[in-house]
Design a binder for this molecule. Structure first.
Ligand SMILES: Nc1ncnc2c1ncn2[C@@H]1O[C@H](COP(=O)(O)OP(=O)(O)OP(=O)(O)O)[C@@H](O)[C@H]1O
Length: 262
């Protein structure tokens, strides 16, 4: 279970990207964070694994406060957090298999990691996950020979091979065409369900969020102003998230978290 308490981020420029975000994500939930450009979606996702250092507040993963860890401890803890990036963050000149296995680097000794020697069971797991993401038989292809959608599948496979406790995705569909975006969202849904891993993504396309997520978190100006199901995203709540409007109906107010805009 992931829990954030009063998570706040102020960048050195003085921009307050997150005000005080408290929320919980658990089970096999597929959660999509939505909101206008600059609302703080990316900052929130990146604060969870401290790719961006939060200014204050805590992030607990299964009871461990990640914000209190030393950098060595954080390296170990990050094994539990799979991360999928907008621009894939793959090593282009390496093969699909080498990229996927890099998700196991945190589990092998430094020497084995240096020599890229992985146990047989890691290799078998990687094959299994490549099948799962629809890349069976492509393990020896170089990543720079793949399409954007295939690259993102490699990125997803690399995150899943870690056996993480949560999967985070920072704009996983932004670089993809609409059809491929649907495929990737479907894949993430299947992973949440079949692997029992909660998935948290931040996403621009509201229709994709509504079509696939179990739950939506709406950010406006660094404030969590909506926490509800896709069905609860009405014109009214949409206005709260995207235009900072006040709520007018009681139905909409039900979907606003404690501490959020009322
Ligand atoms: N490295 C940074 N240094 C200073 N300010 C930053 C930095 N990164 C983000 N910000 C600011 O923090 C706020 C939130 O940015 P963030 O990228 O988290 O929003 P977002 O909702 O993900 O936006 P988008 O949908 O456009 O990617 C914005 O005002 C942005 O300008």
């Amino acid at each position: 279970m992931l829990e954030t308490h009063d998570l706040r981020k102020v960048y050195p420029t003085g921009d307050e990207a997150l005000t005080s975000i408290s929320t919980t994500i658990e089970g096999k939930e597929f959660v999509a964070m939505i909101g206008p450009s600059g609302a703080g979606k990316s900052t929130f996702v990146r604060c969870i694994n401290r790719l961006t250092e939060p200014t204050s507040g805590t992030v607990e993963l299964d009871g461990t406060d990640l914000t209190a860890l030393s950098s060595a401890e954080l390296r170990d803890a990050r094994r539990n957090i799979g991360m999928i990036f907008q621009e894939y963050n793959l090593v282009e000149r390496l093969t699909v298999m080498e990229n996927v296995l890099s998700g196991r680097l945190g589990y092998v000794s430094n020497w084995a990691a240096f020599r890229r020697k992985f146990p047989q069971e890691d290799i078998e797991l990687a094959y299994e996950i490549l099948e799962l993401v629809g890349l069976g038989g492509m393990e020896n292809k170089r990543v720079d020979e793949l399409s954007g959608g295939q690259r993102q599948r490699v990125g997803i496979a690399r995150a899943v091979v870690q056996n993480p406790k949560i999967l985070l995705a920072d704009e996983p569909t932004s670089s993809l065409d609409p059809e491929t975006s649907h495929d990737v969202m479907e894949l993430l849904t299947d992973i949440a369900t079949d692997h029992d891993i909660p998935v948290l993504i931040n996403i621009h396309e509201v229709d994709l969020a509504v079509g696939y997520a179990d739950r939506l978190l709406g950010l406006h100006d660094g404030e969590l102003v909506f926490d509800g199901t896709p069905e609860e995203l009405t014109d009214d709540t949409h206005g709260v998230i995207y235009r900072g409007e006040e709520l007018t109906t009681t139905e909409a107010k039900r979907a606003i978290p404690a501490g959020g805009r009322r």
